[in-house]
Unconditional design. Structure first.
Length: 231
């Protein structure tokens, strides 16, 4: 029998699988801080050491020595890759445990990266600061929180800058191989168009692929890849 996202959500609540997929954060960004710190405190790197494949594919779009911001960067797999390509990278995450692991990873690789402990609701999003913003699997934001988050990422981009987004689509609930496990936290192309009405879309595609990103993202996955240019 083929299950709809709604029935899958109900089943996950009954079996407890929903809480296994993501920390509970019903009221705001910081409610999950304890759970994220606990997850990042485990041995190894939760999402692995290799950069996100979508981000790597988009690397050719970035001019040399671009100034890049990595949003909710976790343990540093993406920020360190960008810095190794010669970009000037800033990154933040709400988890101090994750940021410390990212700093350690950058040090081991001989990379200078500006890491900060901050949530997306406390980051200042200064205007016209970055050539690119990487937003890779940042789907902890609720529908009520998303407009401010996307407005902040858009504001901090320079004119001509790129917003690089990868996330899960609603079909991901059928796979359960990673992600928030909540229908309202997942992305569609229509949703992203509504959130970024001024964007020039260089890429906006829903597709499926096999992921192997640590223990957290592993297996067949329903994804959306998006590259938005700020006019």
């Amino acid at each position: 029998m083929r299950h709809t996202p709604a029935t899958l959500i109900a089943q996950q609540h009954m079996t407890g699988k929903l809480s296994d997929m993501t920390p509970s954060a019903p009221h705001g960004f910081n409610d999950a801080l304890v759970q994220w710190n606990e997850r990042f405190s485990r041995p190894g790197y939760l999402f692995g050491l290799e950069p996100n494949a979508f981000l790597v594919r988009q690397g050719a779009r970035l001019a040399r020595s671009s100034r890049v911001l990595c949003v909710a960067d976790g343990e540093g797999r993406n920020s360190t890759w960008l810095a190794a390509q010669g970009h000037v990278v800033s990154a933040f995450d709400v988890s101090s445990v994750a940021v410390e692991k990212a700093r350690t990873l950058a040090g081991q690789r001989g990379l200078a990266i500006d890491y900060q402990v901050a949530g997306v609701d406390t980051w200042e999003w200064e205007a016209q600061q970055y050539d690119a913003v990487a937003a890779i699997f940042i789907q902890f934001a609720s529908p009520a929180q998303r407009p401010a988050l996307f407005a902040g990422m858009w504001r901090t981009l320079k004119s001509g800058g790129l917003l690089l987004i990868q996330g899960y689509t609603p079909k991901q609930l059928e796979y359960g191989t990673g992600g928030p496990g909540r229908l309202e936290h997942l992305y569609t192309a229509e949703m992203l168009r509504e959130l970024l009405p001024e964007a020039q879309w260089l890429e906006l595609a829903e597709h499926e692929a096999e992921l192997a990103e640590g223990s957290a993202h592993r297996g067949r996955s329903a994804l959306i890849d998006a590259v938005a240019r700020k006019p």
